[in-house]
Design a protein around this ligand. Structure first.
Ligand code: AP5
Ligand code: MG
Length: 212
């Protein structure tokens, strides 16, 4: 089973992916988390990617396609949940080709639809775990203890790209470069649209129904 999560910045992809992956024994591959780990480790890739990420621009396709193809070669037990990839049509085509060559394919592309004002509210109040990358929100999903992750106890941090200027750019980049990916999967009959504007648990219920 290979599921792709699509949706704007702040749509709740990471939040829903963590919960679904645990319930359904899926390997959660989040390209944003993979890149942030490279940045934190100070690798050459991380140094290169950081400038794009902090501005809210996409990291170039060839880099991202190479990264995900490499990761997909590692065998996993259960299925795969891709969060944050593909986000251009070129990435979607490259993913199709790589899976096709392996005799598999994308089973479902789940699109979390959320109004723009709600996306802005979510990103403005987000705190992210510096250890496991779990997302919290000052109002909608606060941690049990201030500034500490419920799961792993690591410190919560604010993402550099959650500054208002970067958020504006991320939303523009999403509209121009990522929304065409929806048509790619719609044309293939694989797109499932979910109302991502509901409360976290209600979205999870609709999601489980969509993948079962
Ligand atoms: P990435 O990390 O993927 O960021 P993103 O797509 O912008 O999405 P986010 O992680 O911001 O949002 P999310 O949908 O996961 O929402 P979350 O669950 O956290 O990418 C970062 C950067 O890396 C990119 O800008 C780019 O530079 C680079 N990159 C990554 N992949 C790439 C690729 N394939 N190609 C090129 N470049 C790439 O939730 C958000 C907030 O809302 C949280 O506070 C949460 O608690 C809250 N919340 C969630 N659900 C709800 C709900 N239902 N109700 C109320 N609050 C909610
Ligand atoms: Mg995320």
């Amino acid at each position: 089973m290979l599921i792709v999560f699509l949706g704007a910045p702040g749509a709740g992809k990471g939040t829903q992916a963590k919960a679904l992956a645990e319930k359904k024994n899926l390997t959660h591959l989040a390209t944003g988390d993979m890149l942030r780990a490279e940045v934190a480790a100070g690798t050459e890739l991380g140094l290169m990617a950081r400038a794009f990420m902090d501005r809210g621009d996409l990291v170039p396709d060839d880099v991202m396609i190479g990264m995900i193809k490499g990761r997909l070669k590692t065998p996993v037990s259960g299925g795969i949940l891709l969060d944050g990839f593909p986000r251009t049509v070129a990435q979607a085509r490259a993913l199709d080709e790589a899976l096709d060559a392996a005799g598999t394919g994308v089973d479902r592309a789940i699109f979390f639809e959320v109004p723009t004002e709600e996306l802005v509210r979510r990103l403005a109040g987000r705190a992210t775990c510096s250890g496991c990358q779990r997302a919290y929100h000052d109002t909608f999903h606060p941690p049990r203890n201030a500034d500490e992750c419920d799961d792993c106890g690591a410190k919560l941090v604010r993402r550099e790209d959650d500054r208002p200027e970067a958020v504006r750019n991320r939303l523009d980049v999403y509209r121009t470069q990522t929304t065409p990916v929806l048509d790619h999967y719609r044309a293939a009959g694989k797109l499932v649209e979910i109302d991502g504007g509901q409360a976290i648990d209600a979205v999870q219920e609709e999601l489980i129904a969509a993948v079962e």
